[in-house]
Design a protein around this ligand. Sequence first.
Ligand code: PLP
Length: 401
Amino acid sequence: MTFDDIQARESRHVLQTYRRQPVAFVRGNGTRLYDVDGREYLDLVSGIGVTSLGHAHPGLAAVIAEQASALLHTSNLYYHPFQAEAAARLSQLSGMPRAFFCNSGTEAVEACLKFARRYWYTKGTPRPGFVAVSNGFSGRTFGALSTTSDEHYRTPFEPLLGPVTWVDFEKPEMLATAVTDKTAAIIAEPIQGEGGIRPMPRAFAQAITEASRRTGALYIADEVQSGLGRTGHAFHFQPLNLQPDLVSVGKALGAGVPVGAALVSERVAAAISPGDHGSTYGGNLLACRAAAFFLQQLMENGLIDHVKEVGAQFERMLRALALRHPAIVEVRGAGLMWGLQLATDATPIVDGARQRGLLVNRTHEKVVRMLPPLTIDTADLQRATDLLDEVFASVATEVHA
Ligand code: PLP
């Protein structure tokens, strides 16, 4: 089947909710993807931070195949061995004692929002409100959409969950009035992903801690994009000295198999009863086997230290790139989560990179985002930087021609 066949069939039968790039992939290997014509691409997107161990990881492929031929799914009516294994590892990494498994990032946020309200309901002082951050992204289901700031995503679907009060990373003092004794929880990404790779300022993190102490409001760390080794830390709330009661995870957790989780503190867990929340698929054998394999690689194979090391090298490469190209206004991120803030739309850079066999992604219009597999090495990062160097040079030439 050719690319044109695939595109033509999709345009007839698939609901048009995505603006896809003109390429169809059929195979991968580590940091490389191959399209229908056999062309190779260096992948710095990794399915938006999902294929954390790279493509077609042999160890992951083996456990998935083994699980598929043993047992895939039984539902949460019954026990199986792998939920507890994945949950124990998540607990060891995060310090949060319990996990609830679901199938995506948005469901992980949804669970956190519900558990926050349940906590206050159980205490006998129901609190409806949430405080969320400008440029934040929590997902597309109604609850998570309510704490997602982009008006284009929100407006056609209103009314959403309320009340939600909005604050800015750059104005931590806003938390002093926004967070009250009606606030169930503050939700914030330690590094905003979709919003353009914007790290939470330390002063904002301190203001969350202060507001929580003052009002009792819970803190939900949305680590769907920034968590699980991505920034060179198990979770990015850790270097910010934050103490969440709820943490949402997804993306990297299944290394390509859809799975998400809400990680829950002891006091919130104590407020939850059987029947409060659930999911047919959530935490099935396949998903938890994949998650347990990924977490084992993360914890026992030195992957977090690897991210720290190659991430620091990548940062130096990107900062040098920015010095050569005035189109790059700012370099933001940590570990292997980076954004290049441009003065203009990032589309020509993303297109130019793809034409040269490099995949990067545009977010928040003017940001070139990079979320490579956590396993990527220095040579691939250097190659990616060299290709970006070419792309920026050629786009600048076109602009000035
Ligand atoms: N939360 C954050 C911080 C995200 O970056 C995303 C997705 O990009 C989500 C939640 C939603 O995750 P999903 O697309 O798996 O539903």
